[in-house]
Ligand binder design. Sequence first.
Ligand code: GBH
Length: 448
Amino acid sequence: AALSSTAQAGDFPNSFLWGAATSSFQIEGATQADGRGESIWDRFCRQPGAISDGSNGDIACEHFQRLEQDLDLIASLGVNCYRFSIAWPRVQPLGQGAWNAAGLGFYERLVDGLLQRGIKPVATLYHWDLPQALQDQGGWAMRDTVHHFVDYARHVQKHLGDRLYALSTHNEPWCAATLGHETGVHAPGLRNRALAAQVSHHLLLSHGLAVQAMRADGGCKSLGIVLNMGPSMPATAHPADIAAARLYDARFRRWYSDPVMRGQYPAEILAELGADAPTIHDGDLQAIAVPIDHMGINYYSRQVVSASGAHWNARAEGLPVSDMDWEIYPEGLTDILCQMHADYPNLPPLYITENGGAFPDQAMQNGVVQDLDRLDYLQTHIAAVAEARRRGVRVDGYMVWSLMDNFEWAFGYSKRFGIVHVDYATQVRTPKASALWYRDFLRQWRQR
Ligand code: GBH
C-alpha cells in the first residue's frame, strides 16, 4: 500500500509516547564503576574476532559519567519518553545474593532526572548483559537463572517501580537465544540449537514469572515485553518459498508471540526441533501467557525467505539498504503491526520500542551531520505507524533507535544508529539533521 511520505503530526493523539531508546551496555561504559559485576558482554568482547573492530564496552559513550549532560540532551529533543535498560550486574554483581545499592543508585538518578524534565521513563530489565557469574553456572540454559531473574525484577520494581511509566522484562529474546546460543555472534557466543531452544524457553518463562511476581508486589502500572519482528516474505511465488516464509515467521516471531499471547509454541517449530525441543514443565506455558499491559515491537526491516534460507540483505527488488545491509522497507512496519493485530485478539497496546537505521556519517554542514537517509527513514517509518493506526492497530508510542551513536554489538563502533553524533575521541555529542527534524516534528505535534 502507498504511504504518504510525511507523517502528519495530527495523526497521533496527545497521549502518544515519543521517545528515543538506548541500552545499558551499548552506552554506559564505566564497567568497573561503583561495584558493577562482570557481564557476559564484557567477557565476549575479549574473545578474539568476536567484535569486528576489536572494541569493547569499557568506555562506550561514557553515559555513566555524563548522565546530567545526556539528560539535558534528551530533553533538548522534545521527546516525552526515554527508553533505557538496566544492567543487572550493576544492581546485583553476581546475579544472585548481594544487592549493590550504588549500582541501582545510577538508575535512580537517571529516572529522577527524567521525571524532573517531564520525560516518562520506559525501562527494560534485560538487554542482554547477563552477570558473568550466572553464565559460569550455565546461564540461561539453567532453570535457576529464571528464578534469579525474578528476584532481580522484584528488587528493581521495589525501588523504582512507582517512578517508571512502563517496565519491560526482556528485549528481543530471539536475539538473546539465537544470536547468543545458536549462531554465536552475540554473547555468550555458543553454537548449539538445542541449547538455544532451551534458553528461549527460560527467557520466556522468566518474563512470565517476573510479570506475575511484580504485579503481585505492585509498583509499575505497565508491565510487558519487547519482541523484535518484521514480515517474513517469500522470495518468489513458488510454493516452496511461500512455505519457507511461513515457517520462518513461526521460528522468528510466533515462537515468542504465541506463548506470550496464547500460551503455546507453534507446533510446526516443536516438530522441526524434534529432540532439540526445550524441556517444558507443567504450568510453564500458563506462566508465560500472563496478561501484559503493553508489548514493545522493535522493527528494522523485513526478511525475504526462500526455500534455501532467509535474507535481510535481499536486494531482489533493488530497494535501498542501510549500512547494516538491511533493506529499507517502511511498509513492512505497517504490515507486521496489522499482522499482530490480526493474530491476537487479546493484544495489549503496542509501542514501537525501537526503529531506526545505521548509516555512514555524511559530511558535516554548519556543524550538523546531514544524515538525510536517516531522516527519510524516520519520516517514512513514522508514516507507516500512522497507517497502521488508521487500519485499527493500537500503537501508543514510537521510540527511535538510537538516541546516540553507540556500541553496535558484534560491529563495535563501526555502525552508527544515533540521531545524535558521538565523537568517540572527545565524547562530544552533536544532534544530526535527523534529530533536528524529529525535534521540529514533535514541536508541530505539540502545537497542532
Ligand atoms: C536491536 O536488535 C537491538 O535491540 C539493539 O540493541 C541494536 O543496537 C539494534 O537493534 C540495531 O542492531 O541478526 O544477522 O540474523 C536488532 C535485531 C536485527 C534481529 C536484524 C534480526 C536480522 C539479521 N534484529 N536481525 S541477523
